[in-house]
Design a protein around this ligand. Structure first.
Ligand code: PLP
Length: 389
């Protein structure tokens, strides 16, 4: 039932002129091929590629551009991608321009460039389906159409949605990227990245980068991701159910100022289906009310573990300003809405009531600490009635 894990790095030729299907494992390996076909099929693409991490996958895709090429990038992308672009690729001549991809006019103008002043149209638009950690929904169809009007490629990081909730290539994107470390592998035990492209030409360019740069995924890890994908639907269904229950609980909690989860009824970014998404996924974030220290909540959780990453079977909580997004300058963070009070939850497959109870007891402790700190001040008065309401 399961494909074998081929560990051989080299393959015997029958004769010098009989080129075998596989000759050397960096160039191709049957276990990796299986995973690459699996993800290509799920994303409805031409061809898939497996890399040693999400960032290795992103590196390979971005390396297909030339010095001077301009890439328009979503204004709230994964921190590691932001650093790779701004600390590495700009040194090699890529021009990176950040834009709010949900603002049609701003996106159009950034992609079009300004020929009169020597700014050629962008070569690509790079964005994420659901932004991290504020879970804003990017409309793949609309953004890809804008990119294509100016001859740019549409490149989507689909890590947060997975092909179970959305297949960007079928909505018009040209390249889809995954950190398979997250939902696809699903158990916090493998670093992996995947790329799927829509055309033979792009496939040749990405294959060249994969083979020349060499950041390939090892056979045993390919098999871990393959197995993870087999339970993706079951895990994601449960994670979404839990995330929905938690979002509703948080929305009603007196210590919570705001909840960011596109699955909530009435959320600003509703209309998920209209944007081609079958669900809101298993990540959400919230802000505690002013005066409450989010660290008091996070440090007192027992079922949620305090950790970065997401998409695995266990629930994780983290403070973006100090953990996942600490590399982003504070002004940049605040500009996109990542405040010091923002907490991110990556919801696992545990019992929803256990997760709610865990948050509840941590909020109680955070509130007690708040009272200790504000015992003599008026601020307490403002919060107390709401807490006991
Ligand atoms: C984690 C992540 C990455 C980077 O993937 P690694 O496997 O950690 O290299 C890229 N994009 C998103 C959206 C991620 O969450």
């Amino acid at each position: 039932m399961n494909p074998p894990i081929y560990n051989s790095t080299t393959y015997a030729f029958e004769r010098v002129d009989a080129m075998p299907r596989y000759d050397y494992a960096r160039s191709g390996n049957p276990t990796r091929d299986f995973l690459e076909r699996q993800i290509a099929q799920l994303e409805q693409g031409k061809r898939g590629f497996a890399f040693a991490s999400g960032l290795a996958a992103i590196h390979a895709v971005l390396s297909t551009f030339k010095p001077g090429d301009r890439i328009v990038v979503g204004d709230n992308i994964y921190g590691g991608t932001y650093s790779q672009l701004n600390e590495f690729f700009t040194r090699w001549g890529l021009v990176v321009e950040s834009v709010n991809t949900r603002d049609d006019a701003a996106l159009e103008s950034a992609v079009r460039g300004d020929r009169a002043n020597g700014v050629a149209p962008a070569r690509a638009v790079y964005f994420e389906t659901l932004t991290n950690p504020l879970l804003k929904v990017n409309d793949v169809r609309a953004i890809s159409a804008t990119a294509h009007r100016h001859g740019a490629l549409s490149i989507v990081d689909n890590t947060f949605a997975t092909p179970y909730l959305q297949q960007p290539l079928s909505l018009g994107a040209d390249v889809v990227i995954h950190s398979a470390t997250k939902y696809l592998a699903g158990h916090s035990d493998v670093n992996a990245g995947l790329v799927v492209v829509s055309s033979e030409d792009l496939a040749n360019r990405v294959y060249f980068a994969q083979n020349r740069l060499g950041g390939v995924l090892a056979p045993a890890e390919c098999d871990s991701v393959r197995r993870g994908i087999q339970t993706l639907a079951l895990r994601m269904d449960r994670q979404q159910e839990n995330a929905n229950a938690l979002a509703r609980y948080l929305l009603a909690h007196p210590l919570v100022k705001s909840v960011h989860y596109p699955g909530l009824p009435g959320a600003g970014d509703q209309r998920l289906a209209a944007k081609g998404l079958k669900g809101a996924g298993g990540v959400l974030s919230f802000e505690v009310v002013p005066g409450v220290d989010p660290a008091d909540v996070l440090n007192n959780l027992h079922i949620f573990r305090l950790a970065v990453s997401l998409g695995a079977v266990e629930s994780l909580a983290e403070l973006p300003c100090r953990m996942t997004h600490f590399e982003l300058p504070r002004e940049e963070r605040l500009k996109v809405g990542i405040t010091d009070e923002l907490v991110r939850l990556a919801v696992g497959i545990e019992d929803a009531n256990d997760l709610i109870e865990d948050l509840g007891q941590a909020f109680d402790i955070a509130y007690a600490r708040y009272r200790e700190r504000h015992i003599d001040s008026d601020v307490l008065g403002a919060l107390t009635p709401k807490v006991f309401a």
